[in-house]
Design a protein around this ligand. Structure first.
Ligand code: ATP
Length: 361
């Protein structure tokens, strides 16, 4: 389906009276591993398109949300490495520091400060119904805070993750947040929290709109009923943006499909094959049904080979740029991160001055 975000942004009027005339786009990614194809199609690729189509005056901010990564246990050396790798990936996919502000969340303390302030208006009941803390702890979706297992395992940071996410968005007065489908619930929470704050203290925050990527949910190659994720134990379940063509071919070759020998598109009955068709459809910009018709007399093996070649071809440039950035000895990445943090801090400080003022601080 053709890319429509730019049109939807330029025609937006549905935020509150606090809306600035120019769009402010914010999004983030956790440094919990090298980003994968799901992150790319669901988020990063769309960020680059937004950047490249943005009109003069639009503000774009993209963050490596390292404080979010701490909501599950992390090894310090590993996290340090992942932060850097995630930053390099954002540059490698085509974000341009001259047009987009790219920064580490922890380098801009206003995010954590606003989180505290928002937590004074955030609803516990709403947070307890959210699904992410349950899925991260591998607890059933219907579990409640009353349950002893939930009480034993749950930490405050994981529970209040959506409040920090709301702060990330609102501290920059973002009007649009490009994310994958899995973040829709969190975005709703941010909108609710912004409304609650505005209701109590006055119209400070625009109500942010989600821009859900056309690639809503890229599925795991090994468990195609679950989303592709950085933190899934099986590394063959995801294609990393840094994978070589031979690694990509190997992973697609062993992707879980089914015993039917031919190709058809039926996500409910044939999630594995359908996921491959969907991936191909995002690259070729051809609807899934048309692709399925094109491949109906081909074997699964042929489909897999084409999918792998298409991904490898598309990611080759990203991979080359990534290697170049990681091998750079001139301090380029650190300079971009430092400059990004300064711009983001200045932007966030303006909001925080207003927030403190209306609250009597
Ligand atoms: P983790 O496994 O550590 O929770 P993740 O892989 O789910 O990480 P995030 O860092 O939470 O990724 O998400 C970054 C962005 O990528 C978000 O906008 C999210 O919606 C998007 N995203 C993540 N996984 C997918 C997926 N499988 N399909 C489409 N979009 C995705």
């Amino acid at each position: 389906q053709p890319f429509q975000w730019h049109r939807s942004i330029s025609s937006t009027t549905s935020t509150t009276s606090t809306t600035t005339s120019e769009p402010v786009i914010f999004s983030g990614i956790q440094p919990t591993g090298v980003p994968h194809l799901g992150n790319y199609l669901g988020a990063l690729h769309q960020w680059v398109k937004l950047q490249n189509n943005a009109k003069p005056g639009a503000k774009l901010l993209f963050s490596i949300v390292d404080l979010h990564a701490l909501t599950v246990p992390q090894d310090a050396a590993q996290l340090r490495k992942w932060r850097r790798e995630a930053f390099a990936t954002l540059l490698a996919v085509g974000l341009d520091p001259k047009r987009s502000t790219i920064f580490y969340q922890s380098a801009v303390p206003a995010h954590a400060e606003l989180m505290w302030i928002l937590s004074t208006v955030a609803s516990m009941g709403y947070l307890s119904r959210m699904t992410q803390w349950k899925s991260k702890l591998q607890l059933p979706e219907d579990i409640t805070l009353e349950h002893s297992e939930a009480r034993a395992q749950l930490r405050l940071g994981l529970f209040s993750y959506p409040v920090l996410q709301a702060a990330d968005i609102l501290v920059h007065k973002a009007t649009h947040v490009p994310v994958g489908e899995d973040q829709r619930q969190h975005l709703e929470f941010s909108r609710y929290t912004a409304n609650s704050f505005n209701h109590l203290y006055g119209p400070i925050f625009p109500i942010p709109e989600a821009l859900i990527s056309p690639a809503k949910r890229v599925m795991s190659l090994k468990e195609p009923t679950a989303k592709m994720s950085k933190s899934h134990a099986d590394e063959r379940s995801r294609i990393l943006l840094t994978d070589s063509p031979s690694e990509i071919h190997k992973k697609v070759k062993v992707a879980l499909t089914d015993s039917e020998p031919t190709v058809s598109y039926d996500p409910a009955r044939r999630p594995g094959v359908s996921n491959l068709i969907e991936i191909l459809s995002h690259f070729e910009e051809v609807p899934c049904a048309a692709l399925a018709a094109e491949y109906q007399s081909a074997s699964l093996r042929t489909l897999k080979e084409h999918v792998a070649s298409r991904i490898a071809h598309h990611l080759q440039e990203v991979r080359e740029r990534y290697i170049e950035i990681m091998e750079d000895q001139s301090g380029y990445l650190d300079t971009v991160a430092q400059e990004g943090a300064e711009v983001a801090q200045a932007n966030a400080s303006q909001t925080m001055r207003q927030v403190r003022d209306v609250m009597g601080l």
